[in-house]
Ligand binder design. Structure first.
Ligand SMILES: *Cc1c(COP(=O)(O)O)cnc(C)c1O
Length: 423
């Protein structure tokens, strides 16, 4: 059954209700290992499914363009206060619709069209919105891109410094989508200070780890912190921009009226709930368990001869280069998905294959840790991954279906928030 229940939907639109039920069952039965995904709590689901979706609230608390904000104002202020307390920041804006619009607001606040802006190259682990060519951020600004070192798979800070000195970017982004290692915020801050650039820490992937004390914080180093709320932070799909008091007005003006109209109040409420949850001891334990699980899984994969970019992980994410296994990332990801292990194919640094058919897969432990799995299960997961990748090379589909059954059997002992099988 879906929790909260979807009785009315089932009556008025059985077709859609059935699709949702089937998606819930799919999320229940699979090892969801896409590192940007998670399971939100029932409380977050309830807040995001509430009547707050009915309300328009353009502007900010106390300065709205519509009447009837008696309750929306305190809801948004609660989310803001919780963000400030949790991350220890001077300012928070909880209105960005998602991570990409949040980053766009940063450009709007601190750069002019044509200005040099700097970020990690997408195929090295950066994000589209850090100035990649197909993104508006790479078209309307002049992107300067840094890489990771070929030998270590880690950010090349000497290159970052050299490029920054030469190109004088207005904004420097650190962080990304496929970085298995700790981000050195103090080193980036020193470079940004030297060239008078705004340093943006994009912590979309690791916000929950930072909140839970399992990754160093960019606070005190970055001028602006951009994050999604739906990855390790385990909230609804949304985003936040946090900053020092100095940049508060510029950030707020860029989000509204610069880029967006009315905030999604139901999302704001869900963010407030998630931030409340993220301040608890059990969330701290969760964040540390995510990292412990990823490290245990990395060790088990290395033992089985997998080639991990940078040789392991410090966080929630593992990037496997499958070249040595004789299979591309895409067929491997498809085989794993059929076997009940959901990952995504991904470029690896200096990939010799095309982005739509790259050499790697990216996987992580945030969602399976929410289900309650620990280090104890990681060797089994590595064994399944190994078995499935070998079976995919031989196109042995029977193995995939057998593993899918074994995964389902394991997960039946670990309830998921939001859905439970009929008793
Ligand atoms: C996920 C992510 C984003 C974008 O978030 P969306 O909500 O998908 O727009 C931005 N930056 C980084 C580093 C991300 O990982």
């Amino acid at each position: 059954m879906h929790v909260p229940p979807i009785h009315s939907l089932t009556q008025t639109d059985w077709q859609l209700a059935e699709l949702i039920q089937r998606e819930a069952q799919r999320q229940h039965d699979k090892l969801r290992m896409i590192p940007s995904e998670n399971y939100v709590s029932t409380a977050v689901l309830e807040a995001t499914g509430s009547v707050l979706t009915n309300k328009y609230s353009e502007g900010y608390a106390g300065r709205r363009y519509y009447e009837g904000q008696q309750l929306v104002d305190p809801i948004e202020l609660l989310a803001i206060e919780r963000a400030k307390a949790l991350f220890g920041v001077e300012h928070a804006n909880v209105q960005p619709y998602s991570g990409s619009p949040a980053n766009l607001a940063v450009y709007l606040a601190f750069a002019q069209p044509g200005d040099p802006v700097m970020g990690m190259s997408l195929p090295m682990g950066g994000h589209l919105t850090h100035g990649w060519s197909v993104s508006v951020t790479g078209k309307w600004f002049r992107p300067v891109r840094y890489d990771v070192r070929r030998e270590t798979g880690r950010v090349d800070l000497d290159q970052v410094r050299d490029l920054a000195r030469r190109e004088r970017p207005k904004v420097i982004f650190c962080g990304g989508t496929a970085i298995p290692r700790t981000i050195d915020f103090p080193a980036f801050a020193e470079i940004a200070r030297e060239v008078n650039a705004i340093l943006v820490a994009d912590i979309a992937h690791i916000a929950g780890l930072i909140a839970g004390g399992a990754h160093p914080s960019p606070v005190g180093h970055a001028d602006v912190i951009s994050t999604t709320t739906h990855k390790t932070l385990r909230g609804p799909r949304g985003a936040m921009l946090m900053s020092t008091a100095e940049h508060a007005a510029a950030i707020d003006k860029a989000v509204f009226p610069g880029l967006q109209g009315g905030p999604h109040n139901h999302t704001t409420a869900g963010i407030a709930v998630a931030l409340h949850e993220a301040g608890t001891d059990s969330f701290r334990a969760y964040a540390h368990q995510v990292v412990a699980n990823a490290k245990a899984l990395a060790a088990a994969l290395i033992e089985r001869g997998f080639d991990l970019v940078s040789g392991g992980t410090d966080n929630h994410l593992i990037l496997i280069d499958l070249t040595s296994k004789g299979i591309g990332g895409k067929p491997a990801a498809k085989a794993l998905d059929r076997a009940g292990i959901e990952t995504n194919y991904n470029t690896v640094p200096y990939d010799t294959r095309k982005p739509f058919d790259p050499s790697g897969i990216r996987l992580g432990t945030p969602a399976l840790t929410t289900r309650g799995l620990t280090e104890a299960q990681m060797p089994q997961i590595a064994a399944w991954i190994d078995e499935v990748v070998s079976a995919a090379v031989k196109e042995d589909e029977a193995v995939l279906d057998r593993v899918a059954g074994e995964v389902r059997e394991l997960l039946s002992g670990y309830p998921m928030p939001g859905w439970a099988p009929q008793p």
